[in-house]
Design a protein around this ligand. Sequence first.
Ligand code: KG4
Ligand code: ZN
Length: 355
Amino acid sequence: MIVLGIETSCDETAAALVTGDGEILADEILSQETEHAPYGGIVPEVAARAHLQHLDRLIEQALAKAQVGFDGVDAVAATGGPGLIGGVIVGVMTAKAIAAARGIPFLAVNHLEGHALSPRLSEGAANLDFPYLLLLASGGHCQFLIVEGVGRYRRLGTTVDDALGEAFDKVAKMLGLGFPGGPPVEATAKEGSPKRFTFPRPLKGRPGCDFSFSGLKTAVRHAIDALPPGPILEKDVTDLAASFQAAAVEAVADRASNALDAFARLHSRARAFVIAGGVAANQALRESLAALADARGFRLVAPPLRLCTDNAAMIAWAGVERLRLGLTDPLDFAPRPRWPLDPHAPRAQGAGVKA
Ligand code: KG4
Ligand code: ZN
């Protein structure tokens, strides 16, 4: 079985081919970072046009790399939401056209389900059974999910304002470190003192698994405003980055501790804690969560970075898992800007509303 996956929900245009055994035959990705960098964030209209311009070529490249033609493809899966709707429409329409022309099944994949199932692709499905606990932390999402099975998710908590990656991006902007902000903030933090500024650890010590980062972001803003007039010194930038990152990591670890408890109450035998999303690249976060998981007898699973950030292999893989269960979609599927994985979770605010 070979599934073509298409991802266009944010600022990466991607196409991949994955087999039923989880072999990645091709994984093409084009980042629009340079298109959006001048604006300091993602511009939906710019993103949609770029997807339209590049998607066909990326699919051709993926087929060429995998050395299969369209007749070797058994199904086509595209991100059907949540995300920037212009981009989602481009991917879904392309996938529907291929499915209709070739007479093969079409699968509309929830982007978050792509992230949620990606560790079964990287580890091998046989090595990671359901259920497991997932922390998904990216520029648009920040939530704990219990992955109970394909299409079966329970959300334990989400952000009430900003996503974690978004907080890194906004702080980077304040410090003049560019976009996306996570990697430069992490690099800069290595040079600074995490103790110089005492920033809040939002929600620390409170029950539940929700996140909040806007107060932390505002505290960084106030600390910058309180510096002596004139350009910010390099030492101030490194100390601000280090102090911010330490506060953010400590806040996430506190929330994760509650999430591990909640998960263990529901599933006393399962012992896997997965982190995914772009922020999972952060070494300080990984170390802190690895120590926490270890202390609770959990195994921390972090898919390789290429599968942690947005990509089409995870969409193709979610397509494989859904196809096996017969969960295909009709060609009148309507793209969804919002699409919660857990329909029973209370409606959230901030970045949480998207998911
Ligand atoms: O998953 P992703 O590639 O795209 C989506 O947002 O869906 O995640 C990108 C986010 C950005 O906010 C970026 O600043 C953040 O992940 N990020 C990091 C690091 N690398 C990427 N945040 C903290 N530390 C990093 N090393
Ligand atoms: Zn994503």
